[in-house]
Design a protein around this ligand. Structure first.
Ligand code: PRP
Ligand code: ZN
Length: 283
């Protein structure tokens, strides 16, 4: 018995989805095939179009899927979101041709919007009290205005380079999205157990990503103050230095707090501060 995991074949999420599995210690190859088996975990990866992944997971063709939250919302299939994965963050935005002097949302009344996300766009229009026509297309949405197919588009924006390359500008954010792990709602107990095992690893990897390991030297009389700045997982490790009256302190610090903390540590007397990445973190 194997856990079948659907990932996007060739797209924004593909590489990072495989990288996540690999950082969970699962060896999978991607030799341009449509499926590949892990060698050291009962798991098989299926490479599919991202738009089809919710359907396949709902049907049980795949047990799990890694896909954009936006696709899950659009497809409205019976799947469960097991975990937000924190990568492939993007916006779903309305964009118009660069030359247009965009006056605000009313501009969309009576216009035609090309998108691969008709349900999400319709909901947005309804919420804003707008009436516009939706032209559903499955790919190359950004080309629609220049070939006269629509007045505007609603699509995923990540770096913005696709819009730029097509002479478009972003005018409204409709939604935000990131990669999520979805799961079939009727997994066998055996498979559910494997999913738990995988989730445990995913959480350890993602948690570690948010933290740094920090080591520093400090005079013993400033250890209390420094400990209050670096509470760590339980409390910091303190080791005596060979130099009389000094200690080495080891702890963890949140990635997004560490610049601020480092300034305060220095003013508290910390020296020789080292900050290192953490690979896995289990609390
Ligand atoms: C989206 C979107 C654009 C691109 C935008 O595609 O359709 O092509 O990403 O990214 P950028 O702002 O960095 O240029 P997605 O990855 O969802 O693939 P798909 O449309 O082929 O499913
Ligand atoms: Zn897609």
């Amino acid at each position: 018995m194997k856990l079948k995991v659907a990932v996007q074949k060739g797209g924004r999420l593909s590489e990072k989805s495989l990288a996540l599995l690999r950082s969970c210690g699962i060896k999978v190859s991607n030799g341009g095939k449509l499926r590949s088996e892990a060698t050291n975990f009962p798991l098989e990866v299926l490479y599919l179009r991202d738009d089809d992944i919710p359907q396949y997971v709902a049907d049980g063709v795949a047990d799990l899927g890694i896909v954009g939250e936006n696709v899950v919302k659009e497809k409205k299939k019976a799947v469960e979101i097991a975990e937000a994965l924190g990568f492939a963050k993007c916006r779903l935005s309305m964009a118009v041709q660069r030359e247009i002097d965009y006056p605000g949302l009313d501009w969309f009344n009576g216009k035609k919007i090309a998108t691969s996300y008709p349900n999400i766009v319709q909901k947005f229009l309804d919420e804003k009290g707008l009436t516009a026509e939706i032209e559903e297309i499955s790919g190359s949405v950004e080309i629609a205005p220049s070939i006269g197919l629509a007045d505007s588009v609603c699509d995923i924006v990540s770096t913005g380079s696709t819009l730029l390359a097509n002479g478009l500008k972003e005018v409204e954010t409709v939604d935000r999205s990131e990669a999520v792990l979805i799961q079939n709602m009727n997994l066998s107990a055996e498979k559910a157990e494997l999913v738990e095992k995988l989730l445990f690893r995913i959480r350890a990897v993602n948690k570690a990503d948010k933290f740094k390991y920090i080591l520093l030297n400090a005079p013993n009389d400033s250890l209390d103050e420094i400990t209050s700045l670096l509470p760590g997982m339980k409390s910091p490790t303190v080791l005596p230095l060979a130099k009389e009256g000094w200690s080495s302190l080891h702890s963890v610090v949140k990635e997004d707090e560490f610049w601020e903390v480092i300034d305060r540590l220095r003013s508290a007397g910390a020296e020789g501060i080292l900050v290192c990445p953490i690979e896995k973190m289990v609390l």
